[in-house]
Design a protein around this ligand. Structure first.
Ligand SMILES: [Zn+2]
Length: 304
């Protein structure tokens, strides 16, 4: 009995430190990645307490199911995750350990962003030997603002469903967000025009949606297979390839180890472009708008 009480008390303290509780917040949202925490913030405002399970400086494929995360999920009304198998290494553990029936897959409290967009790179065959390949297609959907807009519509509806008392607020905030987003998107597309057709090397296959959106042409990856760190033999092969078919720059995400990209940069004499990849991945990426502002700015620097 005492032990049980002690455990509950510890969890309560842990939880209290994770949710800074505004007075009238209705929903407790746990986002698997910072981009969905940011989108939840845009759409829910002060109607929700939002906690991101990860930061932009962490690899979202590989997260430890820490007790603090389990506690956060235990108290959540809504989980906003990417899905498409991005979190298969850690989310099932969190869900199971949390014992929270409201946020299990299939429940209204479980929201998978990737299920609302058209996915790229759906494999025609699945073989473990090919590395970290996902049956549902590439999960890194947040790098195309069209995807963010689609997820916003779906998330806005879900918030209203879970908290009907504040449905009008969610609807108004969604409309306001979509208006601002559309204007920003037009600006980004105009700014990014010089990038069309640029041949690029990427560290991880993390940007097919960005490439598709801006017309970038990915010609090589630093990882020999998705999820496998760059090896010196593979980097040498990429360097050889670039000598006959040059690329403009190398793209990696803020959380990636920089050694492979730096080595190739020095030997192929092309710059490394570090994109935030999520909210918080750079000084400027304070919200979703800043994330794309900075992504476009960094990519354009790569052309200089
Ligand atoms: Zn990946």
């Amino acid at each position: 009995m005492t032990k049980q009480f002690h455990r509950t008390a510890v969890l309560a303290i842990a939880t209290a430190s994770f949710f800074s509780l505004p007075a009238h917040a209705a929903l407790r949202i746990v986002a698997c990645e910072p981009e969905w925490a940011a989108l939840s913030q845009e759409l829910a405002g002060d109607k929700a307490d939002i906690y991101s399970a990860t930061t932009a400086m962490q690899d979202p494929h590989h997260i430890q199911a820490r007790p603090s995360l389990i506690a956060a999920v235990r108290n959540a009304d809504l989980l906003t995750c990417t899905g498409a198998e991005l979190e298969t290494g850690w989310l099932p553990v969190l869900l199971r350990q949390s014992g929270n029936t409201k946020v299990q897959p299939g429940q209204p409290g479980y929201f998978e962003a990737a299920s609302f967009v058209t996915k790229l790179e759906i494999p025609t065959r699945l073989d473990r030997a090919d590395g970290d390949v996902h049956a549902a297609g590439n999960p890194h959907i947040q790098t195309d603002p069209h995807n963010i807009a689609k997820v916003a519509d779906a998330l806005g509806q879900r918030l209203a469903q879970l908290d009907p008392a504040n449905a009008a607020t969610y609807k108004a905030r969604l409309q306001d967000f979509q208006t601002r987003w559309k204007a920003a998107q037009a600006r980004w597309e105009k700014e990014a025009a010089p990038l069309r057709g640029a041949r690029i090397v990427v560290q991880h296959k993390a940007y097919p949606y960005l490439e598709n959106w801006l017309g970038l042409n990915q010609v090589a990856t630093l990882e020999p297979k998705p999820g496998v760190e760059p090896t010196s033999s593979h980097l040498s092969e990429v360097l050889n390839q670039l000598q006959t078919q040059p690329a403009r720059f190398i793209v990696r995400s803020a959380y990636n180890d920089n050694r492979g990209a730096e080595w190739l940069s020095q030997h192929a004499h092309i710059p490394v472009v570090v994109v935030p990849f999520s909210v918080g991945g750079s000084e400027r990426a304070k919200d979703l708008f800043g994330m794309f502002d900075d992504t476009i700015a960094q990519l354009l620097k790569g052309l200089q």
